[in-house]
Structure formats: structure tokens, C-alpha cells
Design a protein around this ligand. Structure first.
Ligand code: ZN
Length: 242
């Protein structure tokens, strides 16, 4: 199957339709992705508009998942998109991923560290690739997780208690936008068997103040419980290497 055909078949599940999710959705749809589910419990607020680039003043007060789905359909009418207006709790991540069709890729686009770990674990447990991104201040990062390479929990072990948030520490709109597009790029490359091996397990990190972008390839950590529970990939292009 060609990469563009795989992109059109793949079901992209974007969890969080804020500063990361909006550019991720734009990047994926521009690349040719046509099947989406968007999960977000919040409504569009005026303070969101400068970095949550799918929304305008007219959508203030509307559920973000619905507003993002509408904005995608306005751009590309052939898009199939489901909006789920609820919070995905870490405790529900495993059941949520288990219920996804095989040709799914999850993008974790929230600012909730516990959910990043939960979706990392759930993706490995159910053989579904997960792209995890984050941005804070001038920094951003992205990792694509699958079985056999370092996962998010291999790198960070567990969520720290006192991690600063975008509310407490601030984030530059450009940084979160770039991180979202990097996530879209990583998810697109998972649809290309040649690229997927390069992308997964690589932590891409940038710092805009220094103008630096690095790709780190950490080793899988021994006794990582998420990797120990990992099942073979259900996502077709990755089956051969899973
Ligand atoms: Zn691991």
C-alpha cells in the first residue's frame, strides 16, 4: 500500500484539541489524513484563540471537539471526523485504546502528564502507536511510541508531582504550534514503513531560544513495566518489525 493510501485509511485519534491538537490536526489533514476522532472536554475561550489556531471568535463557548471537527470539515468536506466531548481519564486509557480499530494512531495532545503515561502504557498494551508531545516556555518535544524501542516511561519513569504547567510557566504560541506540527509529522511517518523505523523511539526536542533541535535515541530501560506488557503492533505497516 502506498503511504498516501495508508494515510487515508488510518484513524487518527487526537486527544486534546488545544495548543498541540489544533496544529496537529491541521498538519495531518494537510498531509492527506481523512479519518479523525477528536477528544476534548473543554469549550473554546477567548484566551485560547492566539495559539489554538483552528478557532475564531465565533466559536467561543462551543465545545472544542465540535469546533475543531467543524473547522476541519470547512477546509476538507470529505473528512470523516467524530467529536467526543469528554475528558479521557488516565484510568480509562486502556479501555479506550482497546476499543479503537486496528488502523489507529493516537496523538496525546493534552497538558496532563498522567494521561501521557497512561496512553503510552495503553498503546503498548494494545499494539496501537501513540505519539506524545509537550511544550513549555520555549521548549517542545515529541516521541512516537511502539513496541521494541524506548517508550515514554522508559525515559521519564513516572509523572513528577510538581511539573510546571502552561498556566504557571507560560508557553510561546510558536513553540506549542511547532510541537503540534512535529507530532503530525511523526504520525504521518508512521504510515510509511521505511520512515516508521526511524521515527519510533526517537525523542525529538527543540529549544527556540537557542534555535536548537535534537533527536535523541534513548535505550529501552530494563524492567520498564510498560515495555514488559507490550503486545505486537496492530498497526499494519509496523507488523513486520513489531
Ligand atoms: Zn518502556
Amino acid at each position: 500500500m502506498t503511504v498516501s493510501a495508508q494515510l487515508q485509511r488510518t484513524h487518527f485519534v487526537v486527544v486534546g484539541a488545544g495548543g498541540l491538537g489544533c496544529p496537529a490536526l491541521l498538519g495531518l489533514s494537510a498531509a492527506g489524513a481523512r479519518r479523525f476522532t477528536i477528544v476534548d472536554p473543554d469549550v473554546v475561550e477567548t484566551s485560547n484563540l492566539q495559539r489554538q489556531v483552528l478557532y475564531s471568535v465565533a466559536q467561543v463557548g462551543r465545545a472544542k471537539a465540535d469546533a475543531a471537527a467543524w473547522a476541519l470539515r470547512q477546509r476538507i468536506p470529505a473528512i470523516e471526523v467524530d467529536a467526543i466531548v469528554r475528558a479521557l481519564r488516565p484510568a480509562d486509557a486502556s479501555a479506550f485504546v482497546a476499543a479503537l480499530p486496528p488502523e489507529s494512531i493516537v496523538l496525546e495532545c493534552t497538558d496532563a502528564p498522567a494521561l501521557k503515561f497512561a496512553l503510552n502504557d495503553a498503546g503498548l498494551e494494545h499494539g496501537t502507536p501513540v505519539v506524545i508531545g509537550a511544550a513549555l516556555g520555549l521548549r517542545g518535544q515529541c516521541i512516537a511510541v511502539r513496541r521494541g524501542v524506548a517508550c515514554y516511561r522508559c525515559i521519564y519513569e513516572s509523572a513528577p508531582q510538581d511539573l510546571p504547567t502552561c498556566e504557571s510557566a507560560g508557553v510561546l504560541g510558536v513553540a506549542v504550534g511547532l510541537a503540534g506540527f512535529v507530532m503530525a509529522s511523526a504520525a504521518v511517518s508512521l504510515c510509511d514503513p521505511q520512515q516508521a523505523a526511524e521515527t519510533t523511539g526517537a525523542l525529538l526536542a527543540f529549544e527556540l531560544g537557542a534555535g536548537s533541535m535534537q533527536t535523541l535515541r534513548p535505550r529501552p530501560r530494563e524492567r520498564c513495566p510498560a515495555c514488559a506488557a507490550a503486545q505486537p503492533s496492530r498497526f499494519p505497516p509496523l507488523q513486520a518489525s513489531a
